[in-house]
Ligand binder design. Sequence first.
Ligand code: NAD
Length: 462
Amino acid sequence: MDQKQHDLVIIGAGPGGYVAAIRAAQLGLDVACIDKEPRLGGTCLRVGCIPSKALLESSEKYHEIRAGLANHGINTGEVTLDLAAMLARKTKLVHDLTDGIAGLFEKNKVARYEGAARLDGPGKVIVEGTDNLTLTAKNVIIATGSTSASLPGVEMDGDIVGDSTAALSYAEVPEHLVVIGAGYIGLELGSVWRRLGAEVTVVEYLDRILPGTDQEIAREAQKLFKRQKIKFVLKARVTGARRDKDGAVVEIEGKDPIRADRVLVAVGRKPYTEGLGLDTVGIELDERGRIPVDEHLATKAAGVHAIGDVIAGPMLAHKAEEEGVACVERLATGWGHVDHGTIPGVCYTDPEIAGVGKTEEELKDAGVPYRKGVFFFRANSRARALDRIDGRVKILAHEETDRVLGVHMIGPDAGHLIAEAVAAMAFGASSEDIARVCHAHPTLSEAVKEAALAVDGRAIHA
Ligand code: NAD
């Protein structure tokens, strides 16, 4: 078998691995990145965030044109759906972006290998697949991401009963889609198919949707999704689901089974470490199947690091990217850091839901004294002009120091608006700081300023 030597070998070309590879090359390292898929970009680009976002945008336009434009004085004729064209646009977007990463690898002289990689003792990685060779390197970064979790009793066939990958490519709009799990995936993809005309029922084990999201915001979200005629069955533990001759059936503990013609299983993701040869370097997984790392993303095996979904923390592409950059910067310069306290979360439903920092529940539980400012989009002039008045911005600041501890919002473009809150928190801002920054008028961002003013009870338009 051929042998090659590099300074750094990265296993996995998702947002964690490919970004780390490019940054390492910028820093002058001879870097290789291995992925078993022919397309770079990992789950996020191939079968995750990007295709979801493509369908979210398309379905939002379809729904808006069908339901909402007469209000603006725009009359449309019959609006029809060409689902095949919508799916083809999504696929083209994925191909363009994954090709773009291949181009970036070439530009930055990142060596790319296609095949399954496994560690074979310290400093040695075996690649098997399209490429077959042994790589040696002083440092290795594991960035293998995660795969969909399954549920006992749920018989997934990858089609009628499937995960998010299947739900990104249904060839027809299901009549009744049952979604198991009211997390990000369930609500985003449930929204897509609801807008395209499916009846959607979301079955959730907990008594609330969006676990981990600030509860006030999650409650408002549920109210708005109900208005979109998404049905929720909460406090419902799914114990089984399977395909049958008429579609599928979902069984729930203590409740009647629900019939569906498609089932989306969205009950979380699990770290992907299968076949990685971790035992050859003495790495043991933690109780949740994750690779344990220290604050510098180093495992206990010398020269082996891990980033992204395969380690602890939120399973988010941008968290993996930050860790990838910090990890290689530390290897190349001795410095590298991720502020895990300011990683935003965004759910791309309509309206969008976004948050950063501590939730109100977390502050209460920790006994941290705080003040809270809330501003509603219905009092924001731009939101009114857009006809998108649902939602609110909530800022939580320390009662004594006024330092911003958390910002949570649901509303138009919340995914973009949260960036200001993240920057403010990263710079240790107080709510007074945000309140004193000039925000352009008329913009949605004024709702953030007003929420900051509201912390001190002096919002202007409240
Ligand atoms: P999730 O963990 O966010 O939600 C899963 C839900 O399934 C939970 O609410 C859980 O209570 C429920 N559940 C578990 N077992 C159940 C059962 N037996 N019956 C009924 N409900 C049950 O997981 P997800 O939505 O699958 O997302 C997976 C990961 O991908 C998450 O970490 C998420 O952050 C990430 N993701 C992020 C985005 C984004 O950033 N916009 C989009 C998609 C996915």
